[in-house]
Design a protein around this ligand. Structure first.
Ligand code: FRU
Length: 562
């Protein structure tokens, strides 16, 4: 289908199905249920949620036009938590109404709806809320998106559902930091529009302008989704974006065609962009980020194909001492990970602006992290000192919607710096905690705490057991003979919410390990070989923090994290 025809079809769908709307769609015939007329003094309307309830619809209508429509699990019998509907953007509009559809009359949500101006309304501390990892205050988060560095600030956007702690209603929310540890919540940056909900994508910095390129995904009445690539511009450093009125800039007929990642390629003096299409990656080039020329595809016969390829990245990494640079193609895959579900594989090779050539044999698969909770890894654009800093979403699609948190779901990993190392005949990507994690070290303590770093110096075979008074424990073993590191979370605490959760993960260490660094933050353990040859990220849900450590064959030093 030609781009023009596709655009016409999508526009027609937007009007006829009235599914995801922004100031385009006429008001539905009847506002079925309980119409709420917002009060003048209450900026926020708090929607009561029950996670086991089916999705209803919440519509905002003003000036006789539907302003937005979201799928919301409005509470029927019990309220699990509240989500915020911010009425500020509509306050000067005439005839503002909020209307609820597909929720039975008599449901508890109608008596519990609350309107006030308190942004912290009903916000509870949760025992699994991380203390030093980026996480949304409320709502659902998946992939990190559009990360870039500019004028001393690191920016992160992420896949976000403001209207529930399960996946849906995808927006881009924004957070920023100057030290890669303490994050400031910057609110929603991109909301759904007629082209669909806001799926993953990336940002580039082009002079004073930040350009976001993302996928708009929209279900069709005939089944399946249409996924189209769009761009948006920010002239205030990434705080607000104006969507390009020529969107979408790239379309295709494939079902899975998404997660664009553009970058300036100084070798050819042009923009390149990589995106995921089914089980391969497509590479494009452009002079203006608007018109894209297809260059080549990579991956059909390479690496792991146990699932859909998603969230790509492509960048050059310098070898040690600035020698022997290589291109690395990052490919997140779901399912198909080494221990089931989601994981990040990568390929090392060369790229001339047109084609990526993998230097390994097709059957070789390389994983960036050998835990179960490391997905959608992408890097910051424009990082200083030629650094390649990445974040991963710390979850797994096997159980991401079921993990035992409530008002929020998911956190991103600690920042990690990538490099290259050689082992045997292959070049691998090294992963180390970013140097900012050293600055986050606080006082030395005797016992593990809910937010700490444990450094274990090892001379060989080592066993580390973290436990609490409830007998919950995580066992880690560095097997110097087999050259492996493993983590057993089968008895780590709450594990029954998904059959796929209890597991022992195991990683090759590519030679000997001298020092391990373990980062604990309430519900996560990230383990690294200090030299970067092994990384493993796993979630854990102990009923109380692990406060005891036993180490055989090594010596542990524990630091609080500030
Ligand atoms: C990966 C992913 C992306 C998609 C996004 C939707 O986790 O499936 O491919 O853009 O999540 O939220």
């Amino acid at each position: 289908m030609m781009k023009k025809e596709l655009i016409a079809m999508m526009a027609l769908l937007a009007l006829t199905t009235g599914n995801i709307c922004q100031a385009q769609t006429v008001v539905p015939q009847a506002c079925e249920q309980s119409i709420i007329t917002p009060k003048a003094d209450g900026r926020f309307l708090w929607l009561p949620i029950e996670e086991s309830a089916p999705e209803g619809k919440v519509l905002v209508i003003a000036d006789g036009i539907m302003q937005m429509e979201q799928n919301v699990r409005m509470a029927r019998e019990e309220v699990d938590y509240y989500v915020m509907l911010d009425l500020q953007p509509f306050k000067d509009r005439g005839g503002l109404r909020v209307c609820v559809q597909n929720v039975p009359t008599g449901s508890i949500c109608f008596s519990k709806l609350t309107q006030n101006s308190d942004a912290d309304f009903a916000l509870r501390d949760e025992k699994f809320r991380p203390l030093y990892h980026q996480t949304p205050k409320r709502g659902w988060m998946n992939d990190p998106n559009g990360m870039f560095y500019k004028d001393g600030v690191w920016h992160l956007y992420y896949q976000y559902n403001p209207y529930g702690s399960m996946w849906g209603n995808m927006h881009w929310a924004h957070a920023s930091t100057t030290d890669l540890i303490h994050w400031k919540d910057e609110g929603v940056a991109l909301a759904p529009d007629v082209w669909g909900t806001m799926f993953s994508g990336s940002c580039v910095v082009d002079g004073g302008t930040v350009v976001a390129m993302y996928t708009a995904s929209r279900p069709t009445p005939f089944g399946g989704d249409v996924q189209a690539q769009c761009i948006a511009f920010s002239r205030d450093g990434g705080r607000t974006f104006a969507k390009y009125d020529g969107n979408p800039v790239l379309t295709a007929e494939e079902k899975d065609f998404r997660d664009p990642n553009p970058f300036w390629n100084e070798d050819i003096g042009m923009w390149n962009m990589i995106l995921a299409a089914g089980q391969e990656m497509r590479i494009y080039s452009s002079r203006d980020l608007k018109e894209w020329k297809y260059e080549s595809s990579f991956g059909k016969e390479y690496g792991n194909h146990g699932g859909v390829w998603e969230c790509p990245d492509l960048f050059k990494l310098e070898g040690k001492d600035g020698k022997g640079s290589k291109w690395v193609l990052v490919c997140n895959i779901n399912p198909g990970g080494p221990f089931g579900g989601s994981a990040t594989q990568y390929f090392v090779g060369s790229f001339d602006g047109h084609q990526f050539v993998c230097e390994s044999m097709p059957k070789v698969t390389k994983w960036m992290d050998y835990g179960k909770d490391h997905y959608a890894t992408v890097s910051f654009y424009n990082a200083p000192e030629k650094r390649r800093v990445v974040l991963a979403w710390m979850s797994n699609w096997q159980y991401a919607n079921q993990v035992p948190t409530k008002q929020f779901r998911s956190a991103n990993s600690i920042p990690r710096d990538l490099g290259l190392f050689r082992y045997g005949e292959e070049t691998y990507v090294s992963v180390v905690p970013s140097k900012e994690m050293l600055a986050a070290r606080g006082a030395k303590v005797k016992n593990p705490t809910e937010a700490c770093e444990i450094v274990v110096d090892t001379k060989g075979q080592t066993e580390i057991v973290l436990s609490n008074a409830k007998g919950e424990q995580v066992t880690m073993v560095y097997n110097a003979t087999a050259q492996t590191f493993s983590m057993d979370r089968t008895q780590s605490g709450e594990v029954g919410f998904s059959e796929a959760f209890p597991a022992t993960t195991i990683a090759p260490t590519y030679g000997q390990i001298r020092q391990l660094r373990l980062f604990i933050d309430r519900c996560s353990i990230e383990a690294f070989d200090a030299e970067g040859k092994m990384a493993m990220t796993n979630l854990v849900f102990p009923s109380e923090p692990y406060n005891t450590i036993k180490v055989k064959g090594g010596k542990a030093t524990i630091y609080e994290i500030k």
